[in-house]
Design a protein around this ligand. Structure first.
Ligand SMILES: Nc1ncnc2c1ncn2[C@@H]1O[C@H](COP(=O)(O)OP(=O)(O)OP(=O)(O)O)[C@@H](O)[C@H]1O
Ligand SMILES: [Mg+2]
Length: 504
């Protein structure tokens, strides 16, 4: 049975045609993938299904009946729930409060019995089979758990269709498998899913059918079993992509960064590594490996307790973000959307604002023209989809917002750049543009430490790759000499995610 059917959907935002006549159906118990480049219209289509936007043209049918009065309320009582890219949780409330919040809102006028709602919330968590303390504050939990809370919240609303907009971007492989297990069980109960992702291999792994959008138009909808990743890429981009390994290294003999036995209690211990000027060094490891904690220490957010840090050959103390910045270290965090984007500022300002001192003329006036041409160069280089650098960052699609944050840090031209999962949420075409830019920066002498889980990304861009496990450095590879299987092997040996072993 077809649960949801959209026909000829069009939607524009001040002259931008986000959707140009799209057809889309979801069957009962189907996992339906939706893919397309950043800005191709995926989130807009989901917001139409959720009743947040009204289409300019086109029809929506639910269980075959024409929807005449589309609204968030109607969509929600019809059993449609959405988990947006940013999860939309309330960080300063507890897990239970977050889950029953949706319940209270969707049962307007009913007498609120807190105990009943608390029980509903606890049942929802148990139903997912996840161990989360229901009274923890959401902001204290890792992203993977926050996401499960968003799912639990959706399920308390008799959901028939759950829309997941890039649900796995911040998850490790183990957490992704847990999520897929949960989706599989819910699917057996007849719940349908729309799964939006840029990780095309995962789309093919979990979905029954995949719809591809390109530039607001429908390219096609096909059974996943008839598709390969390359087919999806070609449909998304209108051309095939080939990823090539980086052939020449721009590494110079001078060390930009050297760590000697760097240690932070309960996080990592005895970590030694080097990054040369012009070198791109990968850092990988599963959840709990300590890799992000190491980055936080290098950027002075959570300084190390002992060990030595050398910057450009000189021993340096990094006790604060100011210390790190003063030594030319920049850090692009994993949760970029929370840190670093001023939504109401112009896209161009977001990119160059941090470097505005460079644009101060002798008269102490800012050279707006130079700033604008610089930001427009970044918009072009990274393919940020917008028709004007003066539009506010809020109107960009999620992936394009991420490109703005990465551009901002690259524009600062730091001596040492730490990138945490730089291409999460960025489409395949834009990824290769970003890699190009990262390599160019290395070519000019920037030392780059790239934290990533994506093997092809590490292998095709890095000179060397380090692997961490349980807070310790366990391997160092020459990236040119290994295969994906070698790297996967080193990572997966790291099964346990506890901090045991960091005996400090
Ligand atoms: N509220 C809005 N106002 C103006 N333009 C918008 C608005 N929402 C979306 N757009 C534009 O519509 C187009 C489609 O955006 P959408 O968010 O649907 O893309 P997406 O496929 O979800 O991309 P991503 O993979 O980056 O999340 C983009 O050009 C975007 O800038
Ligand atoms: Mg989106």
């Amino acid at each position: 049975m077809t649960f949801l059917e959209l026909k000829g959907i069009r939607k524009s935002f001040d002259g931008v045609h986000a959707l140009k006549g799209v057809d889309f159906t979801v069957e009962e118990g189907e996992v339906h993938g939706l893919v397309g480049e950043n800005g191709s219209g995926k989130s807009t289509l989901m917001k139409i299904i959720a009743g947040v936007y009204t289409p300019d043209e086109g029809q929506i049918r639910l269980d075959g009946r024409l929807v005449t009065d589309n609204s968030p309320f109607f969509s929600s009582v019809s059993g449609i729930s959405v988990i947006y890219q940013d999860l939309s949780l309330f960080p300063n409330l507890t897990v239970v409060e977050n889950i029953y919040m949706g319940k209270v809102v969707s049962d307007p006028g009913k007498f609120v019995n807190p105990n009943k709602y608390i029980q509903t919330a606890i049942d929802a968590l148990n139903g997912l089979g996840v161990a989360i303390n229901p009274y923890d504050l959401v902001e204290m939990l890792p992203i993977a758990k926050q996401q499960l809370i968003a799912i639990a919240r959706a399920l308390t609303n008799k959901t028939r269709l759950l829309i997941l907009d890039e649900p796995t971007t911040a998850l490790t492989r183990k957490e992704i498998l847990q999520l897929f297990g949960i989706l599989g069980r819910l699917k057996e109960k007849g719940i349908s899913f729309i799964f939006i992702s840029h990780k095309l291999d995962e789309v093919l792994e979990i979905c029954d059918r995949v719809t591809v959008l390109r530039d607001g138009g429908l390219v096609g909808a096909e059974a996943a079993k008839n598709l390969a990743v390359g087919d999806l890429e070609a449909m998304m981009l209108g051309k095939s992509l080939t990823f090539e390994r980086k052939t020449s290294s721009s590494a110079k003999p001078d060390e930009a960064l050297r760590l000697e036995r760097l240690t932070k209690k309960n996080n990592f211990a005895d970590v030694s590594l080097t990054v040369k000027m012009g070198e791109i060094v990968g850092l990988s490891g599963l959840l709990g490996s300590g890799r992000t904690e190491l980055a936080l220490a290098l950027f002075g957010i959570a300084p190390a307790d002992s060990g030595k840090i050398f910057v450009n050959g000189r021993e340096s103390r990094i006790e604060s973000v100011d210390d790190a910045m003063a030594r030319g270290i920049a850090y692009v965090p994993e949760d970029r959307l929370l840190q670093g984007l001023v939504m109401d500022h112009a896209i161009g300002d977001n990119i160059v604002l941090a470097t505005q001192d460079d644009y101060l003329k002798k008269s102490r006036l800012i050279d707006r023209k130079a700033m604008q041409s610089m930001s427009e160069r970044w918009i072009r280089d990274l393919g940020i989809k917008t028709d004007s650098s003066r539009k506010s960052a809020r109107v960009l699609s999620g992936g394009n917002q991420q490109k703005v944050v990465v551009a901002k840090w690259l524009a600062m031209n730091p001596a040492i750049l730490i990138l945490d999962s730089p291409t999460v949420g960025i489409d395949v075409g834009a990824k290769s543009a970003l890699y190009e830019t990262i390599r160019e920066s290395a070519g000019k002498g920037m030392a780059i430490l790239m934290i990533s889980d994506e093997m092809p990304e590490l292998l095709s861009n890095c000179d060397r790759i380090y692997v961490m496990r349980n807070g310790r450095m366990i391997r160092e590879f020459d990236a040119q000499k290994i295969t994906e299987a070698d790297l996967r092997g080193a990572l997966e040996m790291s099964g346990s995610t506890s901090f045991r072993g960091v005996g400090v």
